[in-house]
Write a new protein. Sequence first.
Length: 258
Amino acid sequence: MYFIDVQGTLISDEDKSPIRGSREFIDMLNDNKIPYMVITNNTKQSSKDFYAFLQKQGFHFDFSKYLDPLMLLESHVEKDAVAAYGAKEFLDGLCKMGYVLDYKNPKTVLVSIKEDFMPDEYAQMIDFLLSGAALVGMHETSIYAKNNKRYPGVGAILKLLEFATSTPYTVVGKPSEAFYRESLKMMRQQVPHAKLEEITIISDDVKGDLGGAKEMGMKTIFVTSGKYKTAQEIVPFLKEHLKPDMVFHDMQEIMEAL
């Protein structure tokens, strides 16, 4: 059984095209009736729109096998008085979901990703947090890769804000326990008594996705087709108990090793 990441694992961070072997891997799982969930930290498009995009890219799976943070957001964050930070598409999506954006007296500071955060935005977040607002991350990605550049991910920004204000944070998407538990709940539609210990998660985010998954008992496969160019950039510096069980370049290599 598999949990499978999307960005940097199934599709390229550069142009969103399928990574070598990724469509074939999903087809192989379908053909062999192997249970899986496609789990992504997508926040820029609505869940249905991003799922439709993946379908157009040749990934053939039912929506019941898909989960992203937007699908859990309403159970984590109340809709009134939210100071949200991230790409314009994310902010527009929140408004469509009925969230009321408030940059004067918010109850919640909600952080997603974009490559061009400005110092004044960090200053505003800090002021809100010091005034008592709660801090929530849409996910806890370590690095955000775009246009051949690597930026601090939401996880890094949350750590910065926590250190600056001593405000603890919660996370909606990966690698939160709530997100993985919801993924397991959906997996049980395929395998009624599935356990996390029986699941292997595949991702390019060895610090974000895989570290949290490993702590919950999952087996982990790290692919270097996304955020990191080689395993040597990051794996030697991880704590021993958080190091991935296996490392491959991409989904094609995983298929060849099965």
